[in-house]
Ligand binder design. Structure first.
Ligand code: AP5
Length: 224
């Protein structure tokens, strides 16, 4: 069966990470999330992390060259050779062009771009209640997807925290950046016939059911 190479696209807080966690289990894909990779570098205090933190805390994008070399290294690795989900990348046309060039060089192709749509108001509601575990990476929401014990991760018992860039003023900036720099990728991938749209307004389980069904159909079509 051919590999599934997917991009998750959508505004901050639309539920990309939430859906990725479920899809990885369904389809056994490597998970490549630029936001998580950057936060890990910030946590470790690497030069890349120190540089990236300034942009992330302001709600701006980290420069393309830094991100592109990070992703190229991931795509060349063993882990992603049977299929991957990219979450948070590409976010600019330059990143999308670099991804296309790298995949062509590796003799691989994208299967689909999954756009999770959510309004700005919904995004603000979701991000304001988001809590994360830095060690397990599991994402919760205080109302919509709470942990079994308040403030404690179900996976590894670690403390749940609020991300530094989830402050209301930073979220507004991240939304501006999304509309200006990332939303043009919707047309970019639509023109290539790769875009699949999903209404992110349903519950996490409803959104997951729709995406999983669409991917199962896509796989079936590929085998015909
Ligand atoms: P990144 O970590 O990628 O953040 P983001 O794209 O802004 O997305 P989020 O992680 O905020 O949201 P999500 O869509 O994954 O939603 P989630 O599932 O958590 O990037 C952070 C920063 O890093 C960027 O601002 C930038 O500076 C830098 N960066 C990263 N990649 C870069 C790149 N390629 N180029 C340049 N810079 C880059 O869900 C949100 C909340 O809602 C959770 O609490 C969840 O429980 C809840 N929820 C999810 N689904 C539902 C639902 N259906 N109903 C109700 N609640 C839900």
């Amino acid at each position: 069966m051919s590999e599934l190479n997917l991009i998750l696209l959508g505004p901050p807080g639309a539920g990309k990470g939430t859906q990725a966690a479920r899809l990885i289990d369904d389809f056994g894909l490597a998970y490549i999330a630029t936001g998580d990779m950057l936060r890990e570098n910030v946590k470790q205090g690497t030069p890349l992390g120190v540089e990236a933190k300034r942009f992330m805390d302001a709600g701006d994008l980290v420069p393309d060259d830094v991100i592109i070399s990070m992703i190229e290294a991931e795509l060349q690795g063993e882990e992603s050779k049977d299929g991957f989900i990219l979450d948070g990348f590409p976010r600019t046309t330059a990143q999308a062009d670099a991804l296309a060039a790298e995949l062509q060089r590796l003799g691989r192709a994208l299967s689909a771009v999954l756009l999770i749509e959510a309004s700005d108001d919904e995004v603000v509601r979701r991000i304001s209640g988001r809590r994360v575990s830095l060690s397990s990476g599991r994402v919760y929401h205080v109302d919509f997807d709470p942990p079994e014990v308040e403030g404690v991760c179900d996976v590894d018992g670690s403390d749940l925290i609020q991300r530094d860039d989830d402050k209301p003023e930073t979220v507004r900036r991240r939304l501006e950046v999304y509309h200006a720099q990332t939303a043009p990728l919707i047309d970019y991938y639509e023109r290539q016939g790769l875009l699949r749209r999903f209404d992110g307004a349903g519950s996490p389980t409803e959104v997951h059911d729709h995406i999983r069904a669409a991917l199962a159909t896509l796989r079936l079509e590929e085998t015909l």
